[in-house]
Design a protein around this ligand. Sequence first.
Ligand SMILES: *Cc1c(COP(=O)(O)O)cnc(C)c1O
Length: 371
Amino acid sequence: MVQTTCQSCGGVLFARYDLGQVERHVSKPTLASRERSMWRYLELLPVKQESHIVTLGEGYTNVLQLNKLARKVGLKELVMKDDGLLPTGTFKARGMSVAISKCVELGVRKVAVASAGNAGAAMAAYASRGGIESYAYMPKDTPEPIVRECEIYGAKVTLVDGTIADAGKIVDELCSRDDWMVLSTMKEPYRVEGKKTMGFEIAEQFRWRIPDLIVYPTGGGTGIVGMWKAFGELEQIGWMDSKPPRFVSVQSSGCAPVVKAFREGRESCEFWNNAITIAAGLRVPRAYGDYLILRAIRESHGTAVAVSDREMLDAIKEVARTEGIWVCPEGAATYACLPKLKNEGLLDKDEQVLLYNTGLGTLYPDVVKGS
Ligand SMILES: *Cc1c(COP(=O)(O)O)cnc(C)c1O
């Protein structure tokens, strides 16, 4: 059995690197000459041998200017980093590419994940490509296209009568056996390493001067925790030419444990009962790495805010009809929260704001039915 969490406190484990070595051996021009994939940051990823990499060409996604929406909300500059065109249609590809590569390196034969949906699909695709058997445990009401996606990639899918938290218990039990590895969010250290590349890409694409604000939809928290780790590593290597950004963590008002804990000044979240939202990726009643999410938001001097499903739906339409991008409900939440941030005085019109779209709208056809 591979050790995936801390044996003494049960907390999250992280990969660490000899950053001095990276500074000596890799330069910004070297990086710039590499392939447009997240594996261009190989020295800052945990896979030791290149032959173990399981890739579908993920990463280095577009940053799009949203000029019309910027004018509408009264901001000088609004941009969107769009991970909707990644393999399997969401940014979950980043984490799973790294995690499955590491499984190949470690000789793991079977993997399992508790997922609200998209992590299962990404796991399934990369596991099949890497020759590893995969098992996905998902809530019964996971959007059907996502269930089909897991199945077509060859994962064994089990629909659980309950939330992702109930699915998680089953997976933990399964993965206590030899040859198995758990890939549930934050229960192993490698998916966060893949998510870290979002931070590296933003830094490089903005010529090492990061936007003032990164607005990011938060479920299990790998994105925020990963990006915060990325900016920390870049700072230590000496590559950052600006201060790190403030994070805005967006959740659905039907499941907003991080927002509640942040606003109450707590260091961890309470379990959110009756979690309901159209944004499947945000339906996480309590994240395993909750304390890390809250820490990253606070250290970045950021904030957390909730929007309703109605507001997400309106935002999906507005972004699609104004800028031509069909974002997922989670991605739409990042746009939907801007008026709230302005009203609360948390957003200045002269700031550069980046919205992170985590997935493709077409994965959720039912939510926009009739609009
Ligand atoms: C999983 C997911 C999220 C939330 O991910 P984090 O683990 O909080 O980074 C957001 N959007 C989509 C589309 C997702 O699948």
